[in-house]
Design a protein around this ligand. Structure first.
Ligand SMILES: Nc1ncnc2c1ncn2[C@@H]1O[C@H](COP(=O)(O)OP(=O)(O)O)[C@@H](O)[C@H]1O
Ligand SMILES: [Mg+2]
Length: 380
């Protein structure tokens, strides 16, 4: 078992308030990713959980056992927390080989020699570094050293694995392979993982849950699918997804039953069941809004498909890239990026028809930046 609860954690460095009222529940077996741009407090949160930093306010529990109680100045020492931490800047012991580095933690535990060997070899296999087992760190590339550091952490079978940007030094191809390996590792061992990254693709591909950080606060906590489909504010929408979501300005009027939005794309009357009616969505007053439209939710056709929500568009640019084609189109004075599967080629300034799916759009209040109309994950 390894459930972590953080309650009202505040952390200051001098007068710099870097964690603001962090509340987070990490269930046993979760792959929880702390995601956000550089400097938003992800590493600090990990250091608080591991015991390397003491927060000034708040509580932490591990399987209901108190680990931090700032009011009582109680902080469980790191060694009693039963966790293992891998940093972006990993420190391998320079005088030990790969094998020696990975075996070290196991020998300290006084495990029998053959069990040490089995565990080391299986960790090296997972990280695909068996062939480097007799090399010293200075004979390994940065990416190889990073894999040794991860192997060292997983070999001890920790209850909780904390990983801080562990793939950042790897090349693009190896990063994709390692994402798959970490995901398998999580499934096979059931270890609770807390993973820090600024890379939204890593977060979306591996996590069971994502905590999205913004300037020391958690702005959204959701599954990858929910974060991708309904980012909670304009910053989150802009941050999640590559290529990025399209934003189109418009005006909105909410009458209690439905939300009428006018924009260069035409008029949409969104049903009330998709609307989160609160202070973000004033009743009976027109306000400025932003439509959020994912590039893969727009369909293009050369002939008029005679379908609802189809608008005339013009091709601004087309980028065929083998497995997909990125097409930039204009609709009146709005510009939209569209992803099409497969290799397509369009001419610049070519006329085209774009079919939109209102139930897959998000609507944000432009002033408060908050989400007011939720998108459906799939077509009904
Ligand atoms: N040891 C430290 N002393 C003072 N300020 C720090 C220290 N570590 C981090 N900070 C500051 O705390 C904020 C959050 O940092 P960090 O948690 O490392 O962000 P992230 O990991 O999301 O990039 C930043 O403004 C950073 O400059
Ligand atoms: Mg960091």
């Amino acid at each position: 078992m390894s459930k972590i609860v953080l309650e009202h954690i505040d952390k200051f460095y001098g007068s710099n308030h870097v964690l603001r009222d962090i509340n987070l529940i990490i269930e046993d077996g979760d792959f929880m990713t702390l995601l956000g741009p550089s400097g938003c407090g992800k590493t600090t949160t990990l250091r608080v959980i591991s015991g390397l930093e003491k927060p000034q306010e708040g509580k932490m529990f591990m399987d209901d056992r108190p680990i931090i109680d700032a009011d009582a100045a109680f902080y469980e020492v790191p060694s009693k927390r039963g966790l293992n931490l891998v940093f972006q800047s990993y420190a391998l012991w320079p005088h030990m080989t790969t094998y020696g580095n990975v075996a070290f933690g196991l020998k300290i535990k006084r495990l029998p020699k053959n069990e040490v060997n089995d565990r080391v070899m299986s960790a090296l296999k997972v990280m695909r570094i068996e062939e480097y087992k007799d090399r010293y760190p200075n004979e390994l590339s940065g990416g190889q050293q990073q894999r040794v550091a991860i192997a060292r952490a997983i070999a001890t079978s920790p209850k909780l694995l904390l990983l801080d940007e562990p793939l950042s030094n790897l090349d693009a191809r190896l990063r994709i392979d390692m994402r798959a390996e970490l995901k398998r590792l999580h499934k096979e061992t059931g270890t609770t993982i807390i993973y820090v990254t600024h890379d939204q693709v890593e977060a979306l591909t591996m996590s069971t849950k994502i905590a999205l950080f913004k300037e020391g606060e958690i702005s959204q906590l959701d599954t990858p699918l929910d974060i991708y489909t309904n980012p909670i504010d304009l910053q989150a929408a802009d941050f999640i997804g590559n290529p990025r979501i399209n934003f189109v300005d418009g005006t909105a009027l909410y009458n209690g039953d439905s939300l009428l939005v006018k924009s260069p794309l035409g008029e949409y009357n969104f049903p009330g069941k998709d609307i989160k009616a609160d202070e973000e969505c004033p009743l009976g007053v027109e306000f400025e809004c932003v439509l959020g439209i994912r590039p893969e939710t727009i369909e293009l056709s050369l002939e008029n498909p005679e379908r609802k929500n189809t608008v005339d568009a013009t091709v601004y640019a087309s980028q065929p890239a083998g497995s997909e084609t990125l097409v930039t189109i204009t609709v009146k004075d709005a510009e939209l990026l569209v992803i099409q599967i497969g290799l397509k080629d369009y001419d610049v300034n070519q006329k085209i028809y774009a079919t939109l799916h209102p139930n897959r759009m998000n609507v944000y209040n432009k002033q408060t930046t908050r989400l007011i109309k939720y998108a459906h994950t799939t077509q009904p």
